[in-house]
Write a protein that binds this ligand. Structure first.
Ligand SMILES: C[S@@+](CC[C@H](N)C(=O)[O-])C[C@H]1O[C@@H](n2cnc3c(N)ncnc32)[C@H](O)[C@@H]1O
Length: 222
């Protein structure tokens, strides 16, 4: 683990001026893009696993889980729940499988595009008990607003997933934008700085801590 992580650099001076317009457009016009076969296959695996372990158990998602550290912690802390760590990177998930073997019985690590998987979960009528999005890629250039989850057409689906949402970032503006996006739907979020000394829950968190960066957490009930 290297203590050489640089702080996020952005050309924005505050919440993106187009945020409200973009979020409202996505709320008014549901995303119609076709779903990828590999996301349908991932969802089918998820569905089978859930049926096998108990469809009545609370469902928790760790989206963009990377090397799975936070997913393992979440599963251990919530043995009654079913926890799914989702990432698009097969290399990171394989590393997680090796590093944390044997995985907790109530944890499934799943390769999928979050956007596709989230849509399939909502289409199936499932609701989450908890949803973690820890250190999502910040896309800090102003032109990249639509790549941030709250500026993406899938954002209304994130809201529909429900549950206790927790997001963390080393770039507070990302979370300030999430807070502003949630407010458009009348949802209140809490934004706070993490204590300087706390046990890291993800590899990125550990790297940012070691680099002396301040880290932020947003929580909201969806
Ligand atoms: C900055 S890393 C953070 C990883 C982990 N949460 C951590 O804190 O160590 C962002 C992760 O999100 C994943 N990711 C980005 N976009 C994704 C998408 N659309 N679907 C699934 N995973 C995605 C990346 O592969 C990467 O592992």
């Amino acid at each position: 683990m290297f203590a050489n992580s640089r702080a996020v650099v952005t050309n924005q001076t505050g919440v993106h001026e187009d945020l409200e317009k973009v979020v409202r457009r996505h709320l008014e016009h549901p995303w119609q893009a076709p779903l990828a076969d590999h996301d349908r296959e991932a969802f089918a695996r998820f569905e089978g696993w859930r049926q096998q372990l108990g469809a009545d158990r609370p469902l928790m998602l760790d989206s963009g889980c990377g090397t799975g550290r936070s997913s393992v912690l979440l599963a251990q802390a919530n043995p009654q729940a079913l926890v799914v760590g989702v990432d698009q990177s097969v290399a990171r998930l394989e590393r997680a499988g090796r590093r944390f073997a044997p995985l907790p019985d109530n944890l499934l690590l799943l390769r999928a595009d979050c956007a596709g998987l989230w849509r399939l979960i909502v289409a199936a009528g499932w609701r989450l008990a908890r949803h973690q999005l820890l250190y999502p890629n910040p896309w800090p250039k102003s032109a990249h607003l639509k790549r941030r989850w709250h500026g993406h057409p899938v954002w209304p689906t994130v809201l529909a997933l429900g549950g206790e949402l927790e997001m963390r970032s080393n770039w507070p503006l990302y979370l300030e934008e999430v807070k502003a996006a949630l407010a458009i739907n009348g949802l209140t979020a809490t934004l706070e700085v993490l204590p300087d000394v706390c046990e890291p829950v993800t590899d990125f968190e550990e790297k940012y801590q070691a680099s002396g960066q301040r880290l932020w957490r947003l929580t909201a009930t969806l």
